[in-house]
Design a protein around this ligand. Structure first.
Ligand SMILES: [Zn+2]
Length: 258
């Protein structure tokens, strides 16, 4: 009898521990459902095109924000400006695998980098990339983010955006298990095949771009919008040349992409 009473008291006190006052109510949080997962499906990477000070001010005081900001100091600082459970305003009008409103399902990371200056692009510092890799590993593990869902702003908004730009080391990160890459041997086989037999038509290219996640037109012609998507794809997977032309190598990469 005394044992039962003790057990009960223990249970009551445990329940009391995990319940809190909210809106004048006692909310019991002692039972957590097994069926649940993170609301975060994507990570979107950006550059700021501004200095450390300006980036921090813009992202914390204006009508734009990101969850994280990585500075370009010799030992890069990582600022968290928005809680991961909340929506930061970094993606704008965008789409990936048919999902719009990317702000709701993503974590945004801004990297301090000057971006494009005329024909030149500001290189990322190796320390920034090392810092980013550590941050990404942690985020990907906690939210179970799939490799194709680590994207650049240009991937999800190819008509408007070019960040994080052609110097962003997608291949290097993919080799560390962060993000998607293509089978390079398979790519060489397809490239040879396309060089010998000719290129597939634009409808095929648009379909394959959609399969890869991009918001590609259904026009069947190489219009400006399609060129912009191809250029964004090239910036990510073939940054040596991103002219928006569907050449044999670009299409071979597209076909070899998992
Ligand atoms: Zn951006």
């Amino acid at each position: 009898m005394v044992g039962r009473l003790l057990a009960c008291l223990l249970l009551v006190s445990l329940a009391a521990c995990s319940s809190t006052k909210q809106g004048g109510l006692e909310i019991d949080r002692s039972i957590q459902a097994q069926s649940q997962n993170s609301r975060v499906d994507f990570v979107v990477l950006h550059y700021t095109s501004a200095s450390n000070e300006a980036s921090l001010k813009i992202l914390s005081e204006r009508n734009v924000s990101s969850h994280y900001l990585i500075t370009d100091e010799p030992r890069p600082q990582v600022y968290q400006l928005v809680n991961e459970s909340r929506r930061a305003w970094h993606a704008g009008v965008s789409q990936w695998y048919g999902r719009t409103d990317m702000n709701s399902g993503s974590i945004g990371i801004e990297i301090v980098n000057q971006g494009r200056q005329g024909d030149e692009w500001d290189p990322y510092k190796p320390e920034q990339i090392r810092t980013l890799a550590l941050l990404l590993k942690d985020i990907v593990a906690r939210h179970q983010i799939k490799a194709p869902n680590i994207v650049g702003h240009s991937d999800i908004a190819p008509q408007r955006k070019v960040d994080p730009g052609p110097l962003f080391p997608w291949r290097e990160l993919a080799r560390q298990g962060l993000g998607r890459w293509y089978d390079e041997n398979l790519m060489r086989t397809y490239r040879e095949e396309f060089q010998w037999k000719g290129l597939p038509d634009i409808a095929w290219v648009q379909k394959e771009l959609r399969r890869a996640g991009y918001d590609a037109p259904f026009s069947g012609t190489l219009d400006k919008a399609t060129r912009n998507v191809i250029a964004a794809f090239q910036m990510h997977y073939r940054p040596a040349l991103f002219d928006g032309n569907p050449d044999a190598e670009t299409l071979a990469i597209l076909k070899a992409l998992p």
